[in-house]
Design a protein around this ligand. Structure first.
Ligand SMILES: NC(=O)c1ccc[n+]([C@@H]2O[C@H](COP(=O)([O-])OP(=O)(O)OC[C@H]3O[C@@H](n4cnc5c(N)ncnc54)[C@H](O)[C@@H]3O)[C@@H](O)[C@H]2O)c1
Length: 418
């Protein structure tokens, strides 16, 4: 089956996407509002530098890839319309949606209600944009999303500099779908790429893209903040220090790699991360440098526990027993130092919830002795299942993940293991 696609916007993402699909044998129309850019591409020239792209352009131009000055012709012949236009910041820092809405409007002016097209937003838009802004916009123009217009988003993760390689060798494809049928149609396009495909809600897909970009931004700011602290302290070989950090097997090796740190939970605990983060923050402050990122890291580590207590308390009745599953700061350890469980249990007690029973496969004794909290302890999972009404998972023990005794009970899974 030959898929026919229009790509609207032929910048880094649009041109790469258009050529990627052409290379896979699909028929692709490319359209850009910028006439000069269009002229260059028609002449076989890529208007920006991106390795390999010009060669691929010339291989596909006027064969599978047609550059059109005429959006009408392109859209009428295509089933799938990809939007790859810019989404820059407006003056207040919000994403400016003018380009995407204009592009959608230009397309809607062309198509007839019986056409049944699929619109796919590849531009990066903040979570909820497709569902709360683009879908209503399409409906306002007289079309019915899910009926005559299928709507999806499909965030792009390519890196400039190796855009072609990234597009052709994706590590994951994320499809945000308005409805299942549209999601399946979009998935068909990507079956030919040998990688995992995830069909999720529109908001989830957009969120995944921001999760990725804000994490990268945080890691860069973290590294820069740490370099400024190092500069204030003096006599630190910053380059060498970072290169040695990268040798840590957690970056790539097993059993646990860096991905275990990039995962939500109850906050970091244990002996090292809390004290070391605080210590570096205060040393830096003494030296006159305000480490804003570290300050926020410490702050977030505090409020995540409050957030957990708020959620549990809002759903637990006064006479109900809370079963705390996990007391150590991490699984496969009996270390309870700075364990999030301590702060969380203390806060629940402070808010008047004294009916708490806790169980940890190996950390009960340490916890009991260290914190002397007025709670009960269960000897084993059966005891806690029998006594508690609702459960809160605070440590990622496999035992909790696999235990079917917990079936049918309300569980607050703050380690996201179930
Ligand atoms: N550059 C990246 O590395 C990258 C990676 C992933 C995602 N993204 C996202 O993809 C989107 C596009 O980024 P880019 O870097 O390709 O931008 P870009 O500025 O290089 O390209 C956007 C193109 O859209 C065209 N355009 C604007 N309005 C149009 C319209 N109504 N009709 C037709 N064409 C129109 C512009 O002329 C321009 O050529 C953005 O939302 C960006 O955040 C970019």
């Amino acid at each position: 089956m030959i898929f026919v696609i229009t790509v609207v916007g032929l910048g880094f993402v649009g041109l790469t996407t258009a050529l990627g699909f052409s290379e896979k044998g699909y028929k692709v129309y490319g359209y850009d509002i910028n006439k000069e850019k269009t002229r260059l591409i028609k002449d076989g020239k890529v208007p920006f530098y991106e390795e390999n792209l010009e060669e691929v352009l010339n291989r596909n131009l006027n064969k599978n890839f047609l550059v059109s000055n005429n959006l009408e012709e392109a859209v009428q012949n295509s089933k799938y319309i990809f939007y790859c236009v810019g989404t820059p910041s407006d003056e207040e820092g919000n994403a400016d949606l003018t380009y995407i809405l204009n592009a959608v409007q230009d397309t809607l002016k062309i198509i007839k209600k019986v056409d049944s097209k699929i619109f796919i937003v590849k531009s990066t838009v903040p979570p909820s944009t497709t569902s709360a802004k683009i879908a209503p916009f399409i409906e306002k123009c007289g079309f019915e999303v899910g009926k005559n217009i299928g709507l999806a988003n499909n965030p792009e993760f390519l890196r400039e500099g190796c855009a072609w390689w990234d597009f052709i060798n994706p590590d994951r494809i994320v499809i945000g779908q308005f409805d299942d049928e549209t999601g399946k149609e979009v998935e068909k396009l990507y079956k030919i790429f040998n990688c995992p495909i995830f069909r999720v809600s529109l908001n989830t897909a957009e969120y995944i893209k921001y999760l990725s970009n804000t994490l990268l931004a945080s890691m860069i700011s973290f590294s820069n903040e740490l370099s400024m602290i190092a500069y204030e302290i003096g006599d630190i070989d910053i380059k060498n220090a970072f290169e040695i950090l990268h040798l840590d097997r957690r970056w790539s090796g097993s059993p646990a790699n860096i991905s275990t740190y990039v995962f939500p939970g109850c906050g970091f605990g244990g002996y090292c991360l809390p004290k070391d983060t605080k210590a570096l923050y205060s040393l830096s402050e003494k030296l006159g440098f305000k480490a804003e990122l570290l300050k926020s890291v410490i702050y977030v580590n505090k409020i995540i526990k409050k957030h957990i207590v708020d959620r549990v308390i809002s759903e637990i009745k006064e006479d109900e027993y809370i079963g705390v599953l996990g007391l150590s700061f991490k699984s496969n350890s009996d270390d309870i130092r700075e364990s999030p469980a301590k702060d969380i249990i203390e806060e629940m007690i402070k808010r008047g919830h004294n009916k708490i029973i806790a169980y940890d496969p190996i950390a009960n004794e340490n916890f009991k002795i260290a914190f002397k909290l007025p709670i009960e302890y269960a000897e084993n999972i059966e005891d806690i299942v029998n006594k508690a009404d609702k459960f809160v998972i605070l440590t990622k023990w496999d035992e909790f993940k696999n235990d079917n005794k917990l079936n049918n009970k309300k569980i607050f899974d703050f380690r996201y293991i179930l």
